[in-house]
Ligand binder design. Structure first.
Ligand code: PEP
Length: 250
């Protein structure tokens, strides 16, 4: 039985006062832990505040991207070691907004995943197809290419990762994949992983992301291969995020 994980992706949202209110509410409700794991991935400038407020609680935290480099002349970039300095456990890699807005290729994402693992972080590898790709019947081909770019570098990186399937057409659109649509892709990911490492495929946490809300979370999380969620918009509203965590706790 895989443990469920619900991770919030705040994206470029937040402010010191707002964050405090949100994190205090989370700590009050789930700070002592439960039967599902919970994390928030916050903008870089708020890592210190997040660490201060979540330290010693059962809620983990992380960042939304990182550099593939360890250090050096990479203006504006943030390394894995900098993230662990602030107590991060998780870092998102290959979120579709990074891929589409900042041109991150499958190979760049694979390099970031390795940098995260080498730095002691748990990368959350995001995979997903666009609406055009889905309608063109190439969802599996796209997911396979995104996954294979990572497995090409060996299974050591993935062995310490979490995967999030996030259909691009469902992110921030209010349009959710049906539980069966999501399950089909999750099963495809697990089967493809099993081709390289059957034991890893079985224990891999595969999250679903894309307009998860309190109203649809339980049904999604009830599917065989869905091990929790990556939550964007709803992670900014304490009551909604907590309801999703409760749904994951089953
Ligand atoms: C995300 O940002 O990863 C995401 C899934 O966003 P939303 O839940 O708002 O669709």
């Amino acid at each position: 039985m895989r443990r469920k994980l619900v991770a919030g992706n705040w994206k470029m949202h937040g402010g010191l006062a707002r964050n405090r209110e949100l994190l205090d509410s989370l700590v009050q409700a789930i700070g002592k832990g439960g039967s599902a794991d919970c994390a928030v991935c916050v903008p870089f400038p708020y890592l210190a505040q997040t660490q201060e407020l979540l330290k010693g609680t059962a809620i983990a935290w992380g960042a939304q991207t990182l550099s593939e480099h360890g250090q050096g002349a990479y203006t504006g970039e943030v390394s894995a070691a900098m993230l662990t300095d602030f107590g991060c456990r998780y870092v998102l890699v290959g979120h579709s907004e990074r891929r589409s807005l900042y041109g991150e290729s499958n190979e760049a994402v694979a390099a970031k995943l390795l940098a995260a693992v080498q730095g002691g972080l748990t990368p959350v590898l995001c995979l997903g197809e666009t609406l055009e790709q889905r309608e063109g019947g190439i969802t599996e081909k796209i997911i396979a290419a995104q996954l294979d770019a990572v497995t090409a570098a060996g299974m050591n990186g993935l062995a310490k990762a979490v995967i999030a399937y996030e259909p691009v057409w469902a992110i921030g659109t209010g349009r959710t994949a049906t539980p069966q649509q999501a399950q089909d892709v999750h099963a495809f990911i697990r089967t493809r992983l099993a081709g390289s490492d059957a034991a890893l495929a079985q224990r891999m946490q595969i999250l679903y992301g894309g307009s998860v809300k309190p109203q649809n979370a339980a049904e999604l999380f009830g599917m065989t291969d869905i091990d929790g969620g990556l939550i964007g918009g709803a992670s900014l509203v304490a009551q909604d995020f907590l309801a999703i965590c409760t749904a994951a706790a089953g």
